[in-house]
Design a protein around this ligand. Structure first.
Ligand code: TYM
Length: 354
């Protein structure tokens, strides 16, 4: 083997409503990547316990993320769609990674600091170890490419650090198995079992910002619903939220450079570009010199055109939970087979008796 087999993996948490940030930063990319790649997309329900333990509507939330995947165009027959808790190997590999990752590495995770807030002593151990489970999600399939929004970048760097430390520490045990590929770390030859995952963060909207404040990320937890477009919003809500979105008084610039220092304009142009599968430069060549009174109605039309069919299909799918559960069960079974193969190899590398 000279290279790891390309494999795309990504996950979305079943917590709160999906919004345009999740769609443009992640799900829309998942759909595009299916064309030329083997893909595994996961509803990460174990992650959902880290910030809040009891969820009254856990099953509905899991089904609703699955419905969004399917409605957006993910093909669960050609690829794999499942929920994490159906594949216990994720949690098993995460335990091993807890023993690989260093506390110093975890202490640098900014998302933990943000989510734990001031009362860090009261945060769950799961919230702290969360990035280690995320690394296991990816590496239990030895996936090579991970489409995510920019907020997940640091977690993917940690996944690379974990993979590298495992590869180095177990090198003498991996080498005789021939299960890895030969890479060089500096001058040192390493027979790597786990790949160095590549984050796929590119595109015009890697970080979709709040519609009310272009310096804050669009987020499920923002108290103002006007700050985000939810995938379940109807046409009227989408239209109202874009009309009320914060802007500045100037016309749109003709060049991308002109968006510097104009976070709200930059955000809306990025959203338009991502929805239209264009670059920001393309959008500005069309709308440069125009006022928001012209740009916003065009953005509303485009957003409705893209999101309304997804919204309608999600609603239709949610009426048949039995079908969604069958998709997850089928995906879970296929994922488990692959994950168990990796775990057997990992058990052998470590030296567990089986
Ligand atoms: P989650 O559930 O918070 O978000 C799902 C995806 O949406 C992206 N995203 C955004 N992208 C652009 N702009 C935004 N405002 C925005 N908000 C969210 C996120 O970057 C993510 O790609 N830890 C992950 C889930 C996870 C995972 C994994 C991802 C668990 N295991 C393994 C990849 C691989 C999370 O909480 O995403």
């Amino acid at each position: 083997m000279t290279e790891f087999k390309p494999l795309v993996f990504s996950g979305v948490q079943p917590t709160g409503n999906l919004h345009l940030g999740n769609y443009l930063g992640a799900i829309r990319k998942f759909v595009a990547l299916q064309e030329n790649n083997d893909c595994i997309y996961c509803v990460v329900d174990l992650h959902a316990l880290t910030a809040q333990l009891v969820h009254e509507d856990m099953a509905t939330q899991i089904r609703s993320i699955t419905a969004a995947f399917l409605a957006a165009g993910i093909d669960p027959k050609k690829h794999i769609v499942f929920n994490q808790s159906q594949v216990p190997q994720h949690a098993e590999l995460a335990w091993i990674f807890n023993c690989v990752a260093r506390i110093g590495w975890m202490n640098r995770m900014t998302q933990f600091k943000d989510k734990a807030g001031k009362d860090r002593e009261q945060a769950s151990l799961g919230l702290y170890a969360y990035p280690s489970l995320m690394a296991a999600d990816i590496l239990v399939y030895r996936a090579t490419h991970v489409p995510v929004g920019e907020d997940q970048k640091q977690h993917l760097e940690l996944a690379r650090d974990i993979a590298m430390k495992f590869n180095m520490d177990f090198n003498e045990k991996i080498r005789p198995t021939g299960l890895g590929i030969d890479i060089k770390v500096g001058e040192e030859p390493v027979h790597a079992y786990f790949p160095m995952v590549e984050p796929l963060i590119d595109g015009p909207a890697p970080r979709v910002m709040s519609l009310k404040d272009g310096t804050k990320k669009m987020s499920k937890s923002d108290p103002s619903d006007l700050s985000r477009i939810n995938l379940m919003d109807d046409q009227d809500a989408i239209s109202k939220k874009i009309r009320k979105a914060k802007t500045d008084p100037d016309a749109l610039p003709g060049e991308v450079d002109g968006l510097k220092g104009r976070p709200e304009a930059d955000n809306l142009v990025g959203i338009f570009a991502a929805l239209a599968d264009k670059s920001k430069a393309d959008v500005l060549s069309e709308f440069g010199g125009q006022q928001f009174s012209v740009f916003k109605p065009a953005l509303i039309d485009l957003a409705v055109e893209v999101l309304a069919p997804i919204n309608a299909e999600m609603r239709r799918l949610m009426e048949d939970p039995g079908h969604i559960d069958a998709v997850l069960r089928d995906g879970g079974e296929r994922a488990r087979t692959r994950a168990e193969k990796t775990m057997n190899e990992v058990r052998d590398i470590i030296g567990f008796v089986r």
